[in-house]
Design a protein around this ligand. Sequence first.
Ligand SMILES: [Fe+2]
Length: 364
Amino acid sequence: MAEVLGIGLTHYPPLSGSDEDMAGLLRKALKDPAIPEDEKKPENWPHIMRSEWGTDEGRMAAATHRKHLVAGFDRARQAIDDFKPDIVLVWGDDQYENFREDIIPAYSVLAYDDIEVRPWAQADHSSDMKGRSNVWNEPAETTSIKIRARRDIAKALVESLLSQHIDVAYAYEPLHHPGLAHAFLNSILYLDYHRTGFDYPVLCFPINCYGRKVVSYEGFASPLGDVRELDPPGPQPGRLIEVGAAVARFFAESPWRVALVASSSWSHAFLCDKTWRLRPDTPADRHLYECLQKGDIDAWRSVTSDELEESGQQELLNWFPLLGAMEAVGCPVPNWSQFVETAVFNSNKVFATYGPAAPASADA
Ligand SMILES: [Fe+2]
């Protein structure tokens, strides 16, 4: 029997770049001719958006946003270091990186061996870092980090999930994207923001969060008037709660201490038509955050794919298995959480820590 730690965080790509570029997505949207001119005028924006935008198009506010995010990562990292996990499992989106036209699994386990990753040479598309310097000034050609893995644990997890009627896909090596997709890579880079090293084995568990837009729009921002034929949706949110519960049951009964990490920002401006793709759907995020704080998993269980898509919360799918997992081990209420609100920097971000949950409380 082993304890389970729960962590929620973001993999917000612009945190890798400079403060100068952090409001880049909004600056781009403001040039979109399909967005009404009145909506683009700061005098028509909510107070927080005007205040962050200021007189320098968000450059000063970017430093504050970064400070809050780094503080969140420091707290999450401390929880992981205190827990000393045998493995860190990350739920993250594959944004048309490793999975493309030839196969889109609803979710899968990457049962890789240790992998050598070149963050800046491999992040051109997925993290929009092409031609930009990173905040650590690490050179693209020579920077390489080794990410440890535990294929034995990944295979045992797949076997357990299949026996629990969770029909998960798995892979032993990357398909299209060398290294790791941005959700996983950024999570590791940011948990090691101070570059002291991250030596925990990582198990990547990608989820098809982009659903109807994963292939059609390559899971990324597009101009408002760019209408394409959509793909089928991603997995149902409620199903991912069951997947998370099954994962937690496996680890609670295993000898391995696991840190379960949900990695994503919440509502994304560039996916949210109701806000003209200028800012995230903060009321929708706030509502789910309040439910998360109370441990109201049933409220999350009742969320539909359509509701997530309408609010630009596609990536929030990564958090559903975490909530399901922590409910299954009798620890549905986070012991710490923080909502980092923004209107200018594309997405609200949430940090949370759960447990560690004692094995005795496991609902296994
Ligand atoms: Fe993402």
